[in-house]
Design a protein around this ligand. Structure first.
Ligand code: AHM
Ligand code: MG
Length: 341
């Protein structure tokens, strides 16, 4: 990694970085830049809540379930409220799709041109045990005219339509990683200054790796091709690393090389992860960093969503690893179709 990239050295503040990037596009209105700043601000607030959660009685279950029937944690709900508020106040966003809300959240911002799909707090089962968690976001431009009602077409866009995507990782340090389709950049939060600083320039994912991340407790219900791939990883003494927080597992594999898989299982017949606010954002980042993301058969970003909370089997990471796992899936599909297995 070079110390300077496009004239923006390590240590550049997020604000300055966003501003300089915006200046590269003469017709940019600045709305997307402001939206990214709104997300960073909400991320700082969540970071503060998480770091004090053990003291403030905001750990533990909220006492309700979300649309997917999962038990909501108090911090899930707090993060949802904080992000929604930041995006509403910013004024650039007209609607949000959130893991925590069943329906589209119409922000009543008639001039807003953007739609945000988000998982406000991913990896919630790790909240109370001090393990890394994250926020995932995808940004789309609305299709229908500004000022009119939000349509399904605005929110059910394929991942290829994302204008920006990213995540916040609340880990050993807090980071914001995002792309606007021109490379992937990572910023580390300096809490005493209250600023994100550029720390990871133009991130590239190793083409191959030796780390595999999957919940192997469900091995018995994996499809044969997934079992075959995992057996291959073991025979070759790859390292098994599974935090159980998608953002954290993905981030490690992004930097070190590796594959993350959440396949179909008996408990999650269509996979567990949600296309619109988990898979698409990370797929966009992976591709921008030279990696790859499939549902086992095809590119995740090309899947046309039909439902807000649609799930998707997910294979993401270093290009060669994802290709090998996907090749095994396709071979299995062909053999099943030909009736040879
Ligand atoms: P969540 O959005 O409810 O937190 O669920 C998503 C999380 C991912 O972060 C993680 O990779 C996965 O679920 C873990 O699931 P499992 O416990 O089945 O392995
Ligand atoms: Mg999640």
């Amino acid at each position: 990694m070079t110390k300077e990239h496009l004239g923006l050295p390590v240590g550049t503040t997020l604000d300055r970085f966003i501003k300089r990037k915006q200046d590269d596009f003469p017709y940019a209105t600045g709305e997307l830049s402001q939206l990214l700043r709104d997300i960073a601000l909400a991320g700082k607030i969540i970071n503060r809540e998480i770091s004090r959660s053990g003291l403030l009685n905001i750990g533990g279950a909220f006492g309700a379930t979300n649309v997917q029937g999962e038990e909501q944690q108090k911090l899930d709900v707090i993060a949802d409220i904080r992000f929604t508020r930041a995006l509403k106040n910013g004024g650039e966003v007209c609607a949000i799709i959130s893991e925590e809300e069943e329906e589209i959240i119409d922000l009543d911002n008639p001039k807003g041109r953007y739609i945000v799909a988000m998982d406000p707090l991913d990896g919630s089962s790790n909240i109370d045990v001090n393990v890394s968690i994250g926020t995932i976001f995808s940004i789309y431009r609305r299709k229908s005219p500004v000022g009119g009602p939000i349509s399904k077409e605005d929110v059910l866009q394929a991942g290829t339509e994302q204008v920006a995507a990213g995540y916040l990782l609340y880990g050993s340090s807090t980071m914001l990683v995002y792309t606007t389709g021109h490379g992937v950049y990572g910023f580390t939060y300096e809490a005493s200054l209250g600023e994100f600083f550029l720390s990871h320039q133009d991130i590239k994912m190793p083409e191959d790796g030796k780390i595999y991340s999957i919940n192997e407790g469900s091995y018995c219900s994996f499809e044969p091709a997934v079992k075959e791939y995992i057996d291959y990883c073991k025979e070759n003494e790859y390292s098994a690393r599974y935090i159980g927080s998608l953002v954290a597992d993905f981030h490690r594999n992004l930097l070190k090389g590796g594959i993350y898989i959440y396949p179909c299982t008996s408990k999650a017949p269509n996979g567990k992860l949600r296309l619109l606010y988990e898979c698409n954002a990370l797929a966009f980042i992976a591709e921008q960093a030279g990696g790859c993301a499939t549902n086992g058969y095809g590119r995740v970003l090309e899947i046309q969503p039909t439902e807000l909370h649609q799930r998707c089997p997910f294979f993401i990471g270093s290009k060669k690893m994802v290709q090998m796992a996907s090749d095994l899936m396709k071979k299995q599909e062909q053999e099943t179709a030909a009736g040879t297995v």
